[in-house]
Design a protein. Structure first.
Lengths: 391, 47
């Protein structure tokens, strides 16, 4: 064989071996890789700093501390349940684990800032249900319908879960996402196609698992405005940055008009008044809500879900007019009832909290988190007997 | 007339290409991660 041809064969062979070894290492990483000392997805290990934890990493987090006889309690949802405004030592999900005890329950916080109840943690729960592992999901929502599992920054979880056949087969959800996508602008459709392609390739090639593992433990390769010049530092080296809340007299100071508008919209858009002036949930919203839940949440998942409607801080609600307060109370309770009508446990949280329990309009302080943990633990125990009779 | 390269040199060159290929293989795997990283500026309005 001529020297040039031999060298070309050597180069191609080397590429094949190098690539295959990377796939093998990625596969191995998928079985053990997770953030060290994991409590929650803080800003160093979430998409805010270009770290996109793969679906398999979330699965591993949920299963790594689980033992037969225990129920996995997955915390899903957004920054409220992520524990923003609670230092890691005082985060509510740790309190929940303490209250529930380590014998029968293992609590894992898979919530993300800005996350929807149909994304990430809830999809991981589907994977656990498929495997026959006892699981409950606690998720926070507000009034209104929940967002889709695709289209947001966390939409890649849906495509990864689907590509890996980890999700329960549910044609209405497939149809809903297809319809949504077909009505989006060309740029969005391209983006979804790319996410699908990435998920399909990653199913076999494990590049997300390997390079996120490297980013956690060795070095990170993507510049980002949060770590700036230290972007290369492994993400496991960064401490959870959440600090204790401000003194209560310094809270709720900014953007009062905008915040009040959000509080009002939370009930105004869904309520109608009857002839006696009493507020009710609008019938059209009731229909929209039922069809959305039907489209997005498989029936097999619903008994495992607990939707916690997190009320706004009393500082804002007390500034509503008496009529608005009436409407607010009725619509929030009616929304919880709508979830229950769909076979999903739900309650309104925070209606009796004090200003000291909130750091801003929505995020709970450690004292608010403790109250939340107590209430959620009660519901978890009640749901436990209905869904997973084992423990 | 140039003398034929000694066998050790050819082997070393071959191994060099294998090594380069090995690094490239890893790099291509890394490229897949970078290509599909959904990096874009976004701001959370979380509630």
């Amino acid at each position: 064989m001529k020297s040039a041809r031999l060298n070309a064969v050597g180069l191609l062979g080397g590429i094949l071996v190098g690539f295959s070894l990377a796939v093998l290492l990625g596969y191995q990483a998928s079985t053990y890789s997770k953030p060290s000392r994991f409590v929650r997805f803080n800003q160093w290990i979430n998409p805010q700093s270009v770290f996109f934890p793969p679906f398999r990493m979330l699965e591993h987090l949920a299963l790594s501390r689980w033992q037969p006889g225990q129920t996995v309690v997955i915390i899903a949802g957004n920054s409220i349940f992520n524990g923003v405004s609670q230092p890691v030592s005082e985060i509510w999900s740790q309190r929940l684990q303490e209250i529930l005890g380590p014998e029968k329950y293992v609590v894992v916080n898979l919530s993300f800032s800005g996350g929807y109840p149909t994304e990430a943690g809830t999809l991981v729960a589907e994977s656990l249900i498929r495997r026959g592992i006892p699981v409950l999901v606690v998720c926070n929502v507000a009034t209104g319908v929940p967002g889709r599992p695709v289209g947001s920054v966390y939409g890649y979880y849906y495509w990864e879960g689907r590509a890996q056949s980890a999700l329960l087969p549910y044609p209405p959800r497939d149809l809903d996402t297809e319809l949504w996508e077909s009505n989006r602008p060309e740029e969005d459709r391209r983006k979804q196609a790319e996410l699908r392609r990435a998920a399909a390739l990653n199913k076999y090639l494990y590049f997300q698992e390997l390079w996120h593992h490297v980013g956690l433990n060795l070095f990170f390769t993507v510049w980002n405005f949060l770590p700036q010049e230290q972007f290369w530092r492994p993400r496991n080296d960064w401490p959870d940055p959440e600090v204790a809340p401000k003194p209560v007299e310094l809270r709720f100071r900014s953007n009062l008009a905008e915040e009040m508008d959000i509080v009002r919209r939370g009930s105004r858009e869904f309520g109608v008044q009857d002839e006696q002036g009493r507020w009710h949930m609008s019938p059209s919203f009731r229909d929209t809500f039922a069809s959305t839940i039907h489209a997005l949440i498989p029936p097999a998942v619903r008994p495992h879900l607990l939707m916690v409607l997190c009320q706004n801080a009393p500082y804002y609600r007390s500034r509503l007019t008496p009529e608005e307060q009436d409407r607010d109370r009725i619509i929030w309770e009616a929304t919880a009832a709508l979830w229950r009508e769909q076979g999903i446990a739900s309650f309104v949280n925070g209606a009796d909290y004090e200003d000291a329990d909130y750091n801003d309009r929505t995020h709970l302080t450690p004292s608010g988190g403790r109250k939340l943990a107590i209430r959620v633990a009660e519901e978890i125990r009640r749901m436990q007997s209905a869904t997973n009779p084992t423990p | 007339m140039n003398p034929a390269p000694p066998p050790r040199t050819r082997l070393a060159k071959f191994l060099l290409y294998v090594g380069m290929g090995f690094v490239l293989g890893f790099f291509f795997h890394y490229l897949l991660y970078r290509i599909y990283l959904p990096v874009e500026p976004f701001i959370y309005v979380a509630f």
